[in-house]
Design a protein around this ligand. Structure first.
Ligand code: SF4
Length: 324
């Protein structure tokens, strides 16, 4: 039986596709439904105001999306994931806890993937076959990413949306690929976008609905989307275990920093916009990024899902007055 399986952040979806299931990234559901209402529903349930909106949104999305099971990433993502997984279980949905190893350890990652394969009753060969297919789509995403920073035929918002949606391939990789082919064809026929301030975006995807549009209006372009690019798994290493070892997001901020430094060079970035979510532990990692990255660095903090508030807008305008 095909199951609808929600998950709280990227995990080896190759296993779920190999088992014939329908993986659904709860973060994408959160943003595609009425996000404010989902946060409100979690608060009515009893979630405190002083908790990250993504977590509240994930919880409400899990309960309102007709799922058969939820996988919570309880190590390597969010400190709150284990707790919401237990609440989801208490609401009657079957749950599965998935853990990234503490460090980039091949054997430990291999064991976690084996456990997942055992849970869904498939072999490593089947997982690798699913990976081969998904990698053929990722190769096209890699081209899209290059068209963003080199040829400048794809803008930052388009890059963000395509990469972020590849965390689950919208539950239908064949459709995702058809739409991507169409988009690439259209993008390659465009004139390059004008030269602008070349910006990198660091951190989890923004909860602000209009950040990319506003940055573009102010004269910049976010031609590097750090975490979204990580979700897209563009390294294209042949082994599924290796793929989830080179992926930086679940590990130390120093692993993220090494990747960011490479991309700053490759993409000739001139400034950084770093996003943090209110009440998130990644704000601490952000302190280190700010200290280590020797480029103009603007940190923005978001809380509820909304358009940019006037204070954040003013900070962006001031940043562009100085650096654009
Ligand atoms: S933004 Fe931070 S606190 Fe919120 S879900 Fe993500 S990791 Fe957790």
């Amino acid at each position: 039986m095909t199951k609808r399986i929600g998950f709280t952040t990227s995990l080896p979806i190759e296993v779920l596709y190999a088992a014939g299931h329908y993986p659904i990234d709860l973060n994408n559901i959160f943003l595609s439904l009425d996000s404010s209402d989902l946060v409100h529903r979690a608060e009515l349930y009893g979630f405190p105001r002083t908790l990250c909106s993504w977590i509240k949104g994930n919880f409400s999305a899990a309960l309102s999306t007709d799922l058969d099971e939820v996988i919570g990433i309880v190590q390597g993502d969010c400190a709150n994931a284990g707790s919401i997984l237990e609440l989801i279980r208490a609401e009657g949905l079957p749950v599965y806890p998935f853990s990234y190893p503490n460090q980039r350890d091949y054997q430990a990652m291999d064991r976690e993937i084996q456990k997942l394969e055992h849970h869904y009753n498939i072999s490593r060969t089947q997982t690798q076959e699913a990976k081969k297919y998904l990698d053929s789509i990722r190769l096209k995403l890699k081209e899209l990413d290059t068209l963003t920073y080199r040829e400048r035929l794809v803008n930052g918002k388009e890059n963000h949306l395509w990469l972020v949606n590849s965390s689950d391939f919208i539950g239908d990789p064949a459709k995702y690929e058809r739409d991507l082919d169409e988009f690439l064809k259209e993008a390659k026929a465009r004139e390059p976008f004008p030269t602008r301030l070349r910006l990198g975006y660091l951190g989890v995807p923004p909860i602000f609905r209009d950040l990319y549009d506003v940055v573009s209006e102010l004269g910049g372009e976010l031609i590097f989307n750090e975490v979204q690019r990580q979700f897209a798994m563009l390294y294209l290493v042949p082994d599924v275990v290796e793929q989830y070892i080179v992926y930086t997001y679940p590990y130390s901020v120093l692993d993220r920093l090494a990747d960011i430094r490479q991309q700053i060079e490759l993409r000739k970035l001139q400034a950084i916009i770093s996003y943090t979510q209110a009440f998130c532990h990644l704000q601490i990692d952000n302190l280190l990024l700010k200290k280590q990255i020797k480029l103009p660095f603007l940190n923005l903090e978001g809380d509820p899902p909304e358009k940019l508030d006037s204070r954040t807008l003013l900070r962006l305008e001031s940043f562009f007055e100085v650096h654009a």
